[in-house]
Design a protein around this ligand. Structure first.
Ligand SMILES: [Cu+2]
Length: 181
């Protein structure tokens, strides 16, 4: 029995550290700490006046196609736009929007670009603009990561890491992605 003690102590210490770490995020001092925990786990990147945050992919229900959501902020005065996207996981990545038909069904449509207004932001999200990565050679699972390269009209090129995370309630673009390609 004695031999198990160190393990038990280690486990207790680990639990204590976890509690401390959680408590730490509630300290108001650092502005970074105020960002939600999801935000910190998700991909961020920047170039020039462009800032990308909250990049993630809901674990694909269809193993061959995944959607990417993120936020782009444009600190410049001039309007900008995402004009191209590439992914390391597949040669097939594209820019899409979601439209609701008169009958209430969601339809995907490829777009030439995703506008990002000067001094503003554009949210890529379920039911709106998003990136699709298709023809995945292997199913993506929670814990995997895809690297996207976004090209902007301003000729900035931004590489962002996109973690695959569990689909959360309310993200549900699943049905809408059926028959995507
Ligand atoms: Cu889509």
């Amino acid at each position: 029995m004695r031999r198990r003690l160190p393990g038990a102590v280690a486990a207790a210490t680990a639990a204590l550290l976890a509690v401390t770490a959680c408590g730490g995020t509630e300290e108001p001092a650092a502005s970074e700490a105020a960002v939600g925990s999801h935000e910190t786990e998700r991909g961020t990147a920047g170039a020039g006046d462009l800032r990308i945050s909250g990049a993630w992919m809901p674990e694909p229900a269809n193993p061959e196609v995944g959607a990417v959501y993120l936020r782009v902020e444009n600190g410049a005065e001039a309007d900008d736009a995402i004009t191209e996207v590439a992914a390391d996981a597949s040669d097939d990545a594209g820019l899409y929007t979601t439209e609701t038909t008169d009958s209430g069904a969601s339809m995907m449509r490829a777009v030439e670009e995703i506008p990002v207004p000067g001094g503003g932001a554009t949210e890529l999200m379920a039911g709106g603009y998003h990136v699709m990565v298709g023809d995945l050679p292997e199913p993506l699972e929670v814990g995997d990561e895809v690297t996207l390269t976004l090209t902007f009209a301003s000729e900035h090129e931004v590489e962002v890491a996109v973690p695959v995370q569990p689909m959360t309630a309310g993200d549900g673009g699943e049905d809408a992605h059926e028959g995507h390609h």
